[in-house]
Design a protein around this ligand. Sequence first.
Ligand SMILES: Nc1ncnc2c1ncn2[C@@H]1O[C@H](COP(=O)(O)OP(=O)(O)OP(=O)(O)O)[C@@H](O)[C@H]1O
Ligand SMILES: [Mg+2]
Length: 673
Amino acid sequence: MSIRRIFQRFLDWPLRRRLILSFLIVIVIGGIMTLLIGTRIEHQTIISLAEAKVRHDLASAWMVYEERLQSLRDTVRLSATQEYLHAALRHADLERVAGRLDGVRRELGLDVLNLTDAFGRVVVRSRRADMPVGDDVAGDPFVALALRKETPAGTRIVPRDELLREGTDLADRARFQFVPTPMAAERSEDHEDKGLMLKTAAPVMDDSGVLLGVLTGGLLFNRNYDLVDRVKDIVFKGEKYKGHDIGTATLFQDDLRIATNVLDNQGNRAVGTRVSRDVKEAVLDRGETYVGRAFVVTAWYITAYRPIKDIAGRTVGMLYVGMLERPYIDLRNRVMATFAGIAALCALFLLGLLSFVARRITRPLAVMVEATGKIASGDLAHRVEVESWDEIGQLARAFNRMTDELSLAHEDLTQWGQTLERRVEERTRELREAQDRLVVSEKLASLGKMAAGVAHEINNPLTTILINAHLLLERPGRTADDAETLNLIADETTRCAAIVKGLLDFARQTPSQAAPTDINDVIDRTLLLLEMQASVRNIRFEKALDRALPPIEIDKNKIQQVFSNLAINACEAMPTGGTLVVASFMSRDGTHFEITFTDTGIGISKENIPKLFDPFFTTKSFGTGLGLAVSYGIIRQRGGTILVRSEVGKGTVFTVRIPLADPEEENRIEEAQ
Ligand SMILES: Nc1ncnc2c1ncn2[C@@H]1O[C@H](COP(=O)(O)OP(=O)(O)OP(=O)(O)O)[C@@H](O)[C@H]1O
Ligand SMILES: [Mg+2]
């Protein structure tokens, strides 16, 4: 999987997990880096401290070496001044002196204490009186210097033949078969038979300063552990670590360990082994002091090597001190373990803190996501609880504000929707009414034409009938029965004539005599005329008139006819009494007068409502059914309309709407123009 896809997948994780993982990566990488760098610095600090110490230890060891050399020189020089030596040399009485010198040699801890004559020939070998004497050692640089009355002291490589002259035991002590050593430099030989000796030679002179001989002393270092053990005691004070000596010291002859307290795997002193190539090259070949880490026989040591030179300045061996590296490594490991422990504790603490912080960040977000879901599903009253004032808190507050505005907008929309619905309903109703009115008008128009024709034809015969009925009534000799019949004929004919007149009124639509009229005044007069009759039938009139209505251009008689038709109908609908409320007011848009007649009568059934304005539609036995038809015709002519609302058993409202502007007047104005 590519890094990009891993990253993409990471981005899809929940925020909390991402936060924790990111910080975890930072903590782990940071921790490892710190640990590594810390380990390195710690290691370097400890090692450099150890190196400084071993350097110092080497200097101390060298002082022990120097001091040994110095004491060798001093003791031999002192011995050379002894009177018995002068006497023995002067009188060649050497037998006795040999034993005495051997005593001195033992006392001083020397391997060689020889006496030569003034020509450099050995006359006494104190250690081995049995060995031959007389060999010429004047060529020995130490003897040569002593013959010149100097007292040289120093280190010297002693060849095997010279050692053999001191006894095979000494030569054998010096001899080493090389022990195979890894990392040592190649050598053509497989053994060493020379010896490394601390040597001094002091002139033996009589009181007048005449040279009588030379006293030479030597200390063979090969397999002599005094010096290295002394160094160990003085410098390292026998300190041990887990059963091992911390400090070790070694004397090298060239690269060969000839005296050491470094032990091999069997616990023996590791003599016969050789130094590593690196150290050999630095110290023996280049004559430098070497300080550093080195593998010595069985373990790693922090080591220091210093070249040992003979009196001619040639490097002949090395002095080594070394400290076990283990204690330092263990110390470093302990420090690092403590360090790692603290780091782990810190990481744990950080992780806890991080988890807490991440929860603080993500929990409000989860709450907000839930809130969004609720709001989306319609719960606009839902709000997020806000506790903090940080960015999350601000976000939550902004979210709540947004929800507030959303719910306000939603309310507005709902209201607007309802208004719209209402308006649509209103318009639909108006449209239906307009349509109804249109149908009514058409019906009326055609009926009107027919009625006018019929009425015209009937009028004349009716007049003839009526006149003749009256003539017969006035004729003498008629019986009372005849008179009654004739009166009935006259009444019914008059009734027919009234119907015919009504029909003509309805059909003719005579031109109106419009004049500015106070509409309330017309209402007052209409009701005044009917009041008497009404009160008898237990009907009360109430008026709610807007007296501020301006005069309107209208035919006063015709409008009075309309009002009285409506008022009479209302009264007739209340056979057991009731209330008729007549109200007048200006329409809300200021374009119409509206006059309502509200009764508490029997009401009109739904199926009758469409028929109300039909001529001859009546539910009354005495009615003509022309009242509403005629009224409608009058109001239509004036450009207005009549609306009905009714509920059976409760009552009816007739509303007369008259536009302020008279359409006939407008037509006239238009025509005049
Ligand atoms: N206010 C009302 N309450 C109940 N029904 C009414 C009302 N006004 C009119 N009507 C009904 O309408 C019918 C028609 O009325 P319209 O005025 O045209 O004729 P009419 O009153 O029956 O006869 P006319 O007016 O010639 O005496 C009435 O017969 C009656 O059924
Ligand atoms: Mg009527």
